[in-house]
Ligand binder design. Structure first.
Ligand SMILES: CC(C)(COP(=O)(O)OP(=O)(O)OC[C@H]1O[C@@H](n2cnc3c(N)ncnc32)[C@H](O)[C@@H]1OP(=O)(O)O)[C@@H](O)C(=O)NCCC(=O)NCCS
Length: 169
């Protein structure tokens, strides 16, 4: 399996991985058009996990965190829109994908990973993410901000005090 950035011609397939979660009842083409036009998506880079034949399995977007007004560290990134092809879920692909992606980004010097979990955070805790204290959580959307530091460093209580939380992405 390979982790790599998505090719422009793969973006429709990437967007459709999350259609059931974020489609908001839009017709498919309207949803794809809105993804392609999204200002938010233009701020980041989509990555994919493919099998060795080039078939796409999972995807996500990686943002420089400064794009969202929050500072975890100068070399932190935000991970969003994590999705696996509906027919391929519950086989461990998202977990493998994120582990491989974060390892490779750490080698490039990224020192912290941030995400907002819309689902039960267990899958992310298993990957080394820590949930933010209650005071950082939005009451309106119910998502849980989570942080993972490079090199297996612990997110201490003092570290949470220092953080300016990036807005939802
Ligand atoms: C969440 C998602 C990316 C997981 O992909 P995956 O390849 O199936 O993930 P893995 O096989 O590595 O891990 C599966 C685990 O994720 C967790 N999980 C998956 N979907 C979940 C959901 N809707 N709510 C809570 N936990 C969920 C479960 O713990 C699951 O374990 P199980 O297979 O034993 O039930 C996939 O379900 C998906 O694309 N969902 C739609 C988009 C979405 O909601 N993304 C998350 C945004 S934070």
């Amino acid at each position: 399996m390979n982790v790599r950035s998505a090719q422009p011609q793969e973006l429709d397939e990437v967007f459709l991985m999350g259609y059931d979660a974020w489609g908001a009842g839009l017709p498919v083409q309207m949803f794809l058009d809105s993804c392609l036009a999204s200002y938010k998506y233009k701020q980041g880079t989509f990555y994919v996990l493919d099998d060795d034949n080039g078939t796409l399995l999972s995807s996500c977007i990686v943002y420089p965190l400064t794009a969202f007004g929050g500072v975890v560290s100068e070399r932190a990134v935000g991970i969003g829109s994590i999705a696996t092809m509906a027919s391929q879920r519950h086989r461990g692909y998202a977990s493998i994908f994120l582990a491989m992606l974060m390892e490779s980004l750490e080698c490039e010097g990224v020192d912290a990973f941030f995400l907002h979990s819309d689902i039960s955070p267990k899958i992310y805790q298993n990957l080394g993410f820590s949930p933010a204290p209650e005071r950082f959580r939005s009451k309106s959307d119910g998502s849980v901000p989570m942080l993972r530091l490079s090199g297996g460093r612990e997110v201490t209580r003092e570290r949470w005090q220092e953080i300016i939380m990036p807005t939802y992405f």
